[in-house]
Write a protein that binds this ligand. Structure first.
Ligand SMILES: Nc1ncnc2c1ncn2[C@@H]1O[C@H](COP(=O)(O)OP(=O)(O)OP(=O)(O)O)[C@@H](O)[C@H]1O
Length: 382
């Protein structure tokens, strides 16, 4: 049984900062907030402060400087990109260890909404899309339960280090995600449109892939300082598996169940399972077979096809070194510098419940809010 804590339950009302990106999705996030969420928060007597983001990195700068003692939770109403900004803004702070434990929430306002769809799925509710998903996330937010969330630390060739809660993608998935942004006015269907366009000009991407597989005997012990990752200029350790193939159609490392509202990519994933779910598709797959995989993903049935080009591994760390000179790599759906990249999971391990906070009832729904309970040894900033 998962332990969950409540952000309320102490003697004063909870204070929530809600960051809304008015440009996200079809540009209706603010209207969706006022139409569906505002009344819910008022009825639940949850005081909040609304911040409307004005530009890229606005939220990142804001949380980097915010007095976090003023806030019990930071909630994002946008796509996954704004949460990526907020998490990295928190990790850039001097007091990042404490800052990253601030409960974070998400209300779907984008066109992908992978984390919102994943959280809804973990709550064991039947699938929901669009406004129904928003309402579900709004209800979960009002219930105020907090659970742990895994983070993945990502190293780029420029020595930049990023923190990711969703995915690292190269090849087909990254291309579709970015190329389909121009269809964002159509909502979630943009991914299907992007998939069809990219299928028409299917590419093979050359590169080297290696990973550290999870072993049965592995316990979810706390890891040190990206201890699994050698320098990017060093060879991978012998315990790693080096993939023989070097011609790929896609490589996708994902750590939540959903890649988008209607893409149930990892049927067994949990928010804090301590795993990177690594998928890759090798060259030679036909266009119809690739399309079938993505269509089957809506019901989480893609692995059942036994497609010989699709490989799925549970790993703790991985390294990708593209050989193809140009291409797209995305982290949580955002483009990052193209080149060698490696990643390691940091399990959202311990769940500490502050003294005096009553444990939630056993039948409590899954939390809508997450924190990453880091220990001083878990992640050390460069
Ligand atoms: N007012 C704004 N104007 C333009 N861009 C903004 C604004 N506020 C935030 N952003 C940026 O928009 C980017 C995209 O945000 P996000 O992924 O959350 O939404 P989205 O792209 O609509 O979602 P999805 O990827 O699911 O379609 C983020 O990088 C964020 O920095």
């Amino acid at each position: 049984k998962k332990k969950k804590k409540k952000i309320r339950g102490v003697c004063r009302p909870c204070r929530i900062m809600i960051l809304v990106n008015p440009q996200s999705g079809r540009g209706q996030a603010l209207q969706l907030f006022t139409g569906h969420i505002q009344g819910m928060l008022t009825e639940a007597s949850l005081p909040y402060t609304l911040v409307i983001t004005e530009r890229q990195n606005h939220a990142r700068e804001l949380v980097r400087k915010a007095d976090l003692s003023q806030w019990d939770a930071l909630v994002i109403m946008s796509g996954d990109g704004l949460l990526f900004e907020v998490i990295n803004g928190l990790m850039e702070r001097e007091d990042w260890q404490e800052a990253i434990q601030t409960p974070l929430g998400i209300l779907p306002g984008g066109s992908g909404n992978a984390l919102a769809a994943s959280i809804h799925h973990y709550s064991q509710s039947p699938p929901a899309w669009n406004e129904e998903l928003l309402l579900s996330c709004g209800f979960m937010l009002c219930k105020g339960l907090v659970g742990p969330l895994d983070l993945v630390s990502i190293h780029l060739a420029s020595k930049q280090r990023l923190f990711s809660f969703l995915s690292l993608a190269w090849g087909f998935v990254a291309d579709v995600d970015i190329e389909s942004e121009k269809y964002r006015h159509v909502g979630a269907i943009r991914f299907l449109m992007g998939t069809l366009v990219r299928l028409a000009s299917l590419r093979v991407y050359q590169g080297k892939l290696a990973y550290l597989p999870v072993k049965e005997s592995d316990s979810k012990t706390r890891t040190h300082v990206d201890s699994l990752l050698p320098g990017l200029d060093q060879p991978v350790p012998e315990s790693w598996t080096v993939v023989k193939e070097e011609d790929f159609v896609l490589v996708l490392a994902i750590y939540q169940s959903h890649l988008a509202e209607d893409l149930w990519t990892v049927p067994g994933a949990m928010a804090d399972d301590g795993l990177i779910h690594l998928f890759y598709v090798t060259a030679g797959i036909s266009r119809p077979a690739l399309l079938r995989l993505f269509l089957a993903m809506e019901k989480g049935a893609h692995l059942a096809y036994g497609c010989p080009h699709l490989v799925y591994e549970k790993v703790k760390a991985l390294r990708l070194e593209p050989i193809t000179p140009q291409g797209m790599i995305t982290v949580d759906g955002e483009v990052v510098e193209y080149g060698p990249v490696q990643a390691q999971i940091h399990p959202g391990l311990t769940e500490t419940r502050p003294p005096g906070v009553t444990p939630p009832p056993p039948a409590a729904p899954f939390p809508a809010l997450f924190s990453h309970p880091v220990q001083s040894t878990t992640i050390i900033k460069p």
